[in-house]
Write a protein that binds this ligand. Sequence first.
Ligand SMILES: [Mg+2]
Length: 415
Amino acid sequence: MPQLARFRAKHGPVEEPAPDAVASILHVDMDAFFVSVELLERPELRGKPVVVGGQKDQRGVVSAASYEARKYGIHSAMPLRTAGRLCPHAIFLDGRHEKYGEWSDRVASTLVNFSPVVEMVSIDEAYLDLAGTERLHGPPLAAADKLLRTITQTTALPCSGGLATTRLTAKVASEQAKPRGLVWVPPGREARFLAPLSVRKIPGIGEVTERALRALGIETVEQLAAVPQEQLEKIFGQWGEALYRKARGGDSYEFVIDAEPKSISHNHTFGQDTDDVHEMATMLSHLSQKACKRLREAGLAARTLTLTIRYAGFETHTRAKTLARPTQLDSDIYTVFQELFRKHGDTKRKVRLLGVSLSGFTQGNPQLDLLEAERREKLAKLTKAADRLRDRFGFGKVQFGGSLCADDLDHNREE
Ligand SMILES: [Mg+2]
């Protein structure tokens, strides 16, 4: 989840789609992500019912199930013991979230090569805006196809995509595409695409809303779309407006990103002051990777790298290096921190804290100069929107728009 990302609810009249609208929003979703990562190391489990989250006699819930396990009715968030009863011969694995995070970063590093506008909304899911990337990757449909193939080729992990004019439609489309598929919803076809689906397929419509709608005789999106907005608002209040929007494939939240930060830093204070060079090198690598991840999520590259060493007794030294060219690559950045540490660290003294800081930012991936202008324009727009929000709600207080939209952004669920 990019720490710089914010969401807010959309209000006001539902926009008529522009006549020249292009389906450029791509929702990328990894298929049974945690299971797929486990299968990389244990290919002998392919084709078998596999459940990740813990053992079948343990408390706790399923965090992911293979498609074979789903045939037995197992799904994420189900108690492990229930899953064990439904399919006793399934293979149960403990979750290894650090590992999933590493693979998620690898996927993210592919995504940023396809667009300057990438929103990682959870560990295995992202939205991209492919508008304006034609010169590099061709029209959005070709780019989406290339992107999914690239992920599969570089990580051997299966994924699916949905390409549409809105995030909501793109998300539903990627769900329909699973596994290993791509569904394209051309502009103007959103309502027709959604019409036959159960209302439950719409992100944000959970059990409670589903039940309330069923009581009104509404089960499909088509039936929901036939209800006038005023009537939905009379029944559901502000949520009615969101439902009206959703039934037409419209987004009920929008994405804004914070104004660019001046620096990105990570520090670590050792539990006990240390002179173990190996321990310090490992920590430096960890801090450097964390900072780089945030850098890429923010779509930035850094030129100035600053290392902080605090020795026992609180004496603090900072040393910086400015690169000839900005970078967002882990390897470049870690090499510089290692160099700074070797040159300036006093290995005879015990160290209390290590810190890394990245600054001197430029926008975008240096490899994507072509997209710079487009990105600047988008960032300027998004930044303005973020500032307006801050004026209204106070700095840093801008959060998910309305609890009712939280379902859209359910990070714990993995599909
Ligand atoms: Mg998924």
